[in-house]
Design a binder for this molecule. Structure first.
Ligand SMILES: [Zn+2]
Length: 363
């Protein structure tokens, strides 16, 4: 069903495909010296795309099945990704691995790094079967493992460790990545027990960016752990109005008391962080990922300038047909668009459509 849908879309949006090809070119340019971390807004779940400065693409989890199809796949397409060098399965819960089935169906994957816990849901067994059928090399991550990933200066597995701790969450794959002086800690859904063991076993000191464990649940992010890793920035991947009431108020207070900036996907949508190895910055909504110097002349960055584009150029954008293109032109004749949110003035453009336009437009 998915393939048919893709084909139908492809025939309709040849123009868009050209834009994507251009973007892939710019992406390679941006990757010459920058590490890009995309914390995807997959609702309640986790999915992180890592693009190293040497052009290695790694996907850590892919949300649940719905998010995999509706968020992760379109996002990877939008980024011009043709294959994934590595997929990390942090642990077998559906909000992390459900979306990997559509991803593995669609994309060639170089290798899989996983916790390897036993779990008997249909989704997990289906995913393992798919990996087996496709013959994707499958590696177990264990604390102390060091990985060599081009573009990163250090990649260490901090968790799980055998014998396993009780509960699937506590045996999530935890990765410490370092690019220059910027250290990133990806924690899956580990809880207090695993945090304690990581602190005891790994000489863990300050990190710059922390993916807050378990969607800001109060079973995680202990005071001792936060004190030890003392991040400048924490990202919480959490669904808007989720039934679990996450992130937990107590945890939010704990981060605030520790003076740690928290960014949440339920409030901000997908969060993109870029680092040159000495510092990092958060990509503003509406800001192009790729700088002007990487453009090869012509229209700025190869992006569609929403204030000057012709109707035909606007219609190359995803979700923009003749009606919306006409409305955009009418609206900008009144007041030009200055920032991304201004697009919401156009009847028919909501937050979802706006988000799809982020990497494709300029003002
Ligand atoms: Zn989870």
């Amino acid at each position: 069903m998915f393939h048919r849908l893709d084909l139908r879309r492809a025939s309709r949006v040849i123009g868009l495909l050209l834009v994507l090809v251009l973007m892939a070119g710019f992406g390679a340019g941006a990757q010459a010296n920058e590490l890009i971390l995309h914390f995807l807004d997959v609702g309640q779940g986790d999915s992180i795309l890592i693009q190293t400065p040497k052009g290695v693409d790694i996907l850590v989890d892919a949300g649940d099945d719905r998010a995999g199809k509706q968020v992760v796949l379109p996002y990877l397409e939008k980024m011009g990704i043709e294959s994934l060098d590595m997929v990390v399965m942090t642990h077998p819960h559906f909000d992390h691995i459900g979306g990997l089935i559509p991803v593995l169906d669609r994309y060639p994957v170089g290798q899989i790094l996983a916790d390897g816990q036993i779990h008997t849901t249909r989704t997990y067994e289906g995913l393992l079967t798919l990996i087996y059928e496709k013959g994707i090399p499958f590696y177990l991550a264990r604390a102390g493992d060091k990985l060599t990933i081009p573009g990163l200066d250090e990649v260490m597995v901090l968790n799980p460790m055998e014998p396993f701790l009780p509960g699937l969450n506590n045996n999530s794959v935890v990765l410490k990545l370092r690019y220059g002086s910027v250290v990133i800690l990806l924690t899956g859904d580990v809880e207090a027990e695993a945090e304690e063991r990581i602190l005891a076993e790994a000489s863990l000191s300050k990190v710059q960016i922390l993916k807050a464990a378990h969607h800001g649940s109060k079973t995680s992010s202990t005071k001792a752990f936060l004190t030890a890793v003392n991040p400048n920035l924490a990202i919480m991947s959490v669904g808007a109005d989720n039934v679990y009431g996450l992130p937990d108020e107590e945890i939010l207070n704990r981060f605030e008391e520790a003076n740690i900036q928290v960014l949440r996907t339920d409030l901000l949508g997908t969060i993109i962080v870029v680092s040159d190895g000495s510092s990092f910055r958060i990509v503003e909504p509406g800001e192009s990922l790729f700088t002007e110097s990487q453009a090869d002349g012509g229209s700025r960055n190869g992006l569609v300038n929403i204030n000057t584009a012709t109707m035909e150029e606007l219609m190359e954008l995803p979700g923009i047909g003749p009606t919306l293109a006409r409305r955009i032109i009418q609206e900008r004749e009144g007041t030009p668009f200055r920032k991304l949110e201004d697009l919401l003035r156009v009847p028919g453009i909501g937050p979802k459509r706006m988000e799809n336009l982020v990497p494709l437009i300029s003002f």
